[in-house]
Write a protein that binds this ligand. Structure first.
Ligand code: DHB
Ligand code: MG
Length: 214
């Protein structure tokens, strides 16, 4: 009776129609010889739904990579909404833009290239505020990104974080490097921060979903 994760994932993906705009992202990564570390398809669909369900109009993504989650977020915000996507590597921002253009969504997404923490601090000074955050970048900075999301988030804003398990490293005390240690701290804060209500989904590589209390 016990199915492994791959069987469950392929069962689910077979239920859904092909999604050429998202499949193009995978193909573009493959063509460049890059490992596809885009958000899982089930979480991509969830991102679109969370943006729509909350009516978020201003979304901040930390980590663009190939644009997969950017497409999912841009679908959710609708034609009037905006996604700001922070990406440290110019070539990834460029790739994400190309894939968003193919999907007809580029005008909803503004890519900003540079260190995310510096950009977040500048946004704080400039009074920029957001309704939903998707954190999917360097794992060592997750606690700092969470702190900045708490500053830049409006009451009721959602803070979503990918890879809370780090393929098991988060749970394994043998891993004492910066990434897993930071992810443990991030998860602890997600679960216990007095400003947040939250849950952590165990499918795929783990997804944290928190809401800033009103
Ligand atoms: C990996 C997966 C991710 O979703 C990510 O953001 C970073 C790394 C990985 O599987 O290595
Ligand atoms: Mg990820």
């Amino acid at each position: 009776m016990e199915q492994d994760q791959d069987q469950l994932h392929s069962y689910i993906e077979n239920l859904y129609a092909e999604d050429p705009d998202l499949e193009r992202v995978g193909e573009s990564l493959k063509a460049l010889g890059l490992k596809d570390i885009s958000v899982a398809p089930g979480y991509g669909r969830l991102l679109t739904m969370m943006v729509r369900m909350t009516g978020a109009r201003r979304v901040l993504e930390i980590g663009a990579f190939g644009g997969y989650s950017g497409i999912c977020l841009a679908r959710g915000v609708g034609p009037e909404g905006r996604v700001v996507s922070l990406e440290v590597r110019a070539e990834f921002a460029e790739l994400a833009r190309t894939n968003l253009q193919h999907a007809g969504l580029a005008e909803r997404v503004e890519h900003r290239v540079g260190e995310a923490l510096e950009q977040l601090k500048r946004m704080e000074q400039e009074g920029e505020r957001f309704d939903l955050f998707f954190i999917d970048a360097d794992k060592g900075n997750y606690p700092a990104y969470l702190e900045m999301a708490l500053v830049l988030g409006r009451p009721g804003a959602l803070i979503v974080g990918d890879n809370t398990f780090m393929r098991g490293k988060t749970l394994d005390p043998a891993y004492q490097g910066g990434g897993p240690r930071s992810m443990r701290l991030f998860n602890e804060r997600i679960a216990s921060h007095p400003m947040l209500e939250s849950t952590i989904l165990p499918a795929y590589d783990g997804l944290a979903i928190a809401r800033i209390k009103d």
